[in-house]
Design a protein around this ligand. Structure first.
Ligand code: ADP
Ligand code: MG
Length: 392
């Protein structure tokens, strides 16, 4: 984790003034994968890995944005923001400035120093962390207020329309609304959410496969198109449905002949995953950890076989983890094709789990997996650097 005092010093060395410090968290999703863009349910928790943003106002309309992760500075003018080129990191912060202004927020020029400790491109949503961290910083620096849900929606708009990635709302929502010790059940249609207390005596353990397969973004967009195709075909007999969220398992089975086999499998994942996510909340409420673990395993199976977004490294990590003592459940988390798994592990078993999983995965792949243990964290906030507590 970054030391915010150190970040202030770096900011002063680069820009010559003091800075305010903000941070927005990455996330894991416990269950409810590829459901957000189908108007469904998700159960993410923010984690104690952050995108840190040091910011100070400028007297002109410029944005000077330096990313420590890329060791690069980008300059833009708020009156004429344009994209920085395909796949350039600066499109995330620039897109957020563009989206905030397009919603009528009057932004001041600012110097920004960005330093992220959420692993980039590992499925823990470093992208929403940078968007929400920068958005929050720019709004604070400009004296604008905005509701957290509106900030999440504007950051999603930046990623959809400026960066060009068709993500759902989950990542930005949890980066804004995360709550320490809690996961959040989010209804991605109404944006109603409720906190879900994580069980005592278990920890969130994240295992990074250390791979990211190139086909991820193309396949992601293809899955979205397949879901839309499923809805179009089912509307012929179910005209009231707007999204796969509205389809029951029985309806899907009754009308499976309307769908080609691939689209049917994709729909089956989404429909059953929505069901599982709501069952998972009931399992948490009734302290039924065994059932929660079963649902996580079933979710992974469905993502692997029906949605086909897993990969051999994710499957291997889940298989190794599931055989360890003290493991409640294990599954891939995030978009898939690499990235991370989420494991619920009894606290007393975590150290042995880390050693065993790392050794076995290394032996079979030659890759050294990073393993992170994180309590559920709070959403975006300004960090009071003078207070030792918040600076930890
Ligand atoms: P994920 O969100 O799972 O980490 P994405 O591909 O959605 O993966 O987003 C990763 C991209 O977000 C990076 O390649 C980079 O362009 C941008 N990004 C995230 N964090 C930072 C950062 N600290 N500095 C600059 N760019 C960042
Ligand atoms: Mg992302």
């Amino acid at each position: 984790m970054r030391d915010p005092t150190h970040l202030q010093e770096k900011f002063r060395a680069r820009f010559g003034t003091a800075a305010a410090i903000y941070r927005a968290p990455g996330r894991v999703n416990l269950i409810g994968e590829h459901t957000d863009y189908n108007d469904g349910f998700v159960l993410p928790a923010a984690i104690q890995f952050y995108c840190w943003v040091a910011a100070a106002p400028r007297s002109d309309k410029k944005l000077l944005i330096h990313s420590e992760n890329f060791n690069e500075t980008v300059e833009a003018n708020l009156d004429s923001i344009s994209a920085a080129g395909k796949n350039h990191w600066a499109n995330y912060p620039l897109g957020v400035a563009w989206a905030l202004q397009s919603a009528g927020k009057r932004l001041n020029g600012a110097n920004l120093l960005i330093s992220g400790d959420v692993p980039l491109g590992a499925g823990l949503s470093s992208s929403a962390a940078i968007e929400v961290g920068v958005g929050f910083a720019l709004l604070c620096q400009s004296g604008c207020t905005v509701k957290r849900t509106e900030l999440a929606l504007l950051c999603q708009k930046a990623e959809n329309e400026f960066v060009g990635a068709r993500c759902g709302i989950m990542d930005q929502f949890i980066a804004c609304h995360g709550k320490a010790s809690f996961a959040l059940l989010l209804d991605c249609r109404s944006l109603d959410s409720q906190t879900a207390q994580l069980p005592a005596g278990v920890q969130l353990v994240i295992c990074n496969t250390m791979v990211k397969h190139e086909l991820a973004s193309g396949e992601y967009n293809r899955r979205r198109a397949e879901c839309e195709e499923g809805v179009r075909a089912l509307r012929v007999v179910l005209p009231q449905i707007r999204a796969l969220r509205d389809v029951t398992i029985a309806q899907l089975e009754n009308h499976c002949s309307l769908l080609n086999p691939t689209v049917y499998s994709r729909c089956r994942h989404v429909v059953t995953e929505n069901e599982r996510t709501q069952e998972a909340i009931r399992a948490l409420d009734t302290h039924n950890l065994r059932e929660f673990g079963r649902l996580m395993r079933e979710s992974h199976r469905s993502l692997r076989d029906d949605y086909e977004v897993s990969c051999k490294e994710l499957d291997l990590l889940v298989e190794i983890a599931s055989a360890q003592p003290g493991v409640v459940g294990a599954r891939m988390t995030g978009g898939g094709f690499g990235g991370c798994t989420i494991n619920l592990v009894e606290s007393s078993a975590v150290e042995v789990f880390k050693e065993n999983v790392a050794a076995k995965y290394r032996a079979q792949t030659g890759l050294n997996p990073e393993i992170y243990v994180s309590p559920a964290a709070d959403g975006v906030q300004q960090v009071d650097v003078s207070s030792r507590e918040s600076a930890q």
